[in-house]
Design a protein around this ligand. Structure first.
Ligand SMILES: *Cc1c(COP(=O)(O)O)cnc(C)c1O
Length: 454
């Protein structure tokens, strides 16, 4: 039986050329740690009498290398979204346009005038960068960009309604997902939540009764990921605004997704647009940058200059501010809208506007390249808390495999994981959400799984 004395010393291992190579790749301190960890493991096995013979020094280094590879592997990796859910929160929501990516890289590469006024040579404000574009696009008087829409809501309520009443319909006290619950965020801000109406029916008179006592805000929240059907009713934003303004109370509309274009033109239901909310008289509108807008993660608050001035001054505004890469990507995304090229440049709008024949053509090309699979009809969804219950017709590649669950798992474990779905024991892949420049990589991986491993 080998004993502890048969194990090499750390120094011995460090003399080997293999160690120098590892140190070059992974740095000296980490390599040392890994060598020690490998030896510790061997020592443990020896003590437990689980080691019939001591491995060679080269074998120990192989083990060390695999430890180092594991320790330095990124946990955040690109995946291919073949699920047909366009705005998949778990898959990072909106992929960005080439120009937006370039702008973000450019903003990070060196220094920028993020908070520097070129004209005067003095300190400037990061708040101005997206503001003029947002004003031009929506007609709002003022705007601020923050980290995400959850922080936008928190900031609005904290700045305008702390310790004061905020009136909201019971039909809108929703959980968006990922732990964002409208009532909880409201409480977090210190606002006093005043619920009106019933879950399915809310009348203007419900709001009116609540407004008799002083209130800081009336809030409307997009229901996002669920739909109220059947015996339901609620007043339009416009009438809520007229009523609230009669009491001198401003109205904030949390749109969630925040479409700048009408989704009805793609054959989908009409998702309320930012411009409509403002036109209906909402004093403040907030929405996400990375949902239907198709930009980077951000929260955008638009509205009147007076209210925005209070919001910008609140200490939380500093805590939830947008970073320079976000601002660069958002500005570029907004420019696509301004230049009327959004549908051509913004990936999620390309996906939404892709015609079924186009999708079918791609699915057929995939089947041809793979030498198997059927092209079948199916549904893609928008996701991202927009257009609940809505789907769009699509074409899918359907593959028959021995064990669909095992196959899905091996696709997930590919070097670039592929996210697909199954139905009726078949693997389904939706070309709509697969980026064109990922197609070849995905097909190579599918071939390998189909012909070598399945
Ligand atoms: C998605 C959503 C939020 C949260 O937005 P994030 O950008 O994810 O922080 C808030 N309110 C509504 C209505 C939403 O749909």
């Amino acid at each position: 039986m080998p004993t502890l004395r048969d194990l090499p010393a750390v120094d011995q291992l460090l003399q080997l050329p293999g160690s120098s190579q590892l140190m070059e790749r992974f740095g000296r301190p980490l390599t040392l740690q890994a060598i020690r960890a490998s030896l510790d493991d061997l020592r443990f096995q020896l003590k437990e009498h689980k080691l019939p013979s001591v491995p060679s020094n080269d074998q120990i280094l192989v083990k060390t290398e695999s430890l180092l590879v594991e320790w330095t592997k990124s946990t955040l990796v690109p995946v291919i979204n073949a699920s047909g859910v366009i705005l998949h929160t778990n898959l990072g929501r909106a992929p960005l346009s080439k120009a937006a990516l370039q702008a973000m890289a450019e903003a990070s590469r060196g220094f920028s005038n993020l908070e520097f006024d070129i004209e005067s040579g003095r300190r400037g404000s990061r708040l101005i960068h997206a503001e003029s574009l947002l004003r031009r696009l929506t007609g709002a008087e003022a705007a601020i960009v923050v980290n995400n829409n959850a922080s936008a809501v928190l900031l609005v309520l904290s700045a305008l309604a702390s310790k004061k009443r905020v009136i909201i319909s019971r039909s809108q006290l929703v959980e968006i997902g990922g732990g964002f619950r409208v009532p909880e965020v409201m409480k977090q801000s210190g606002a006093k939540l005043v619920e009106v109406g019933a879950t399915n029916k809310v009348h203007l008179s419900d709001y009116e009764e609540a407004l008799i006592e002083p209130a800081a805000l009336v809030m409307r929240a997009h229901r996002s990921n669920f739909k109220l059907v059947g015996f339901t009713d609620e007043p339009e934003l416009k009438s809520i605004v007229v009523l609230a303004h009669g009491f001198g109370v401003p109205v904030v509309d949390d749109l969630g997704s925040g479409a700048l274009v009408d989704t009805a033109k793609y054959g989908l239901a009409h998702e309320p647009t930012v411009q409509e909310s403002l036109a209906a008289g909402a004093d403040l509108v907030c929405f996400s940058g990375d949902k239907l807008l198709g930009g980077p993660q951000a929260g955008i608050i638009l509205g009147g200059a007076d209210l925005l001035a209070k919001i910008k001054k609140h200490p939380l505004a500093r805590a939830v501010r947008a970073d320079k890469t976000c601002l660069a990507g958002l500005i570029t995304t907004l420019l696509h809208y301004l230049k009327d090229e959004a549908e051509r440049e913004i990936p999620i709008l390309k996906m939404i506007s892709m015609r079924p024949e186009q999708v079918k053509g791609r699915a057929e090309a995939w089947a041809a390249q793979l030498g198997q699979g059927d092209v079948v009809q199916g549904e893609s969804t928008v996701g991202g808390g927009s257009l609940p219950g809505e789907s769009m017709p699509t074409w899918l590649l359907a593959l028959d495999v021995k064990s669909p669950d095992k196959f899905l798992k091996s696709l997930r474990k590919a070097e670039t994981p592929i996210i697909a779905r199954t139905a009726a024991n078949r693997i389904l892949l939706d070309p709509r959400t697969v980026l064109i420049d990922e197609e070849n990589m995905m097909l190579e991986c599918l071939k390998k799984e189909l012909y070598e491993n399945d």
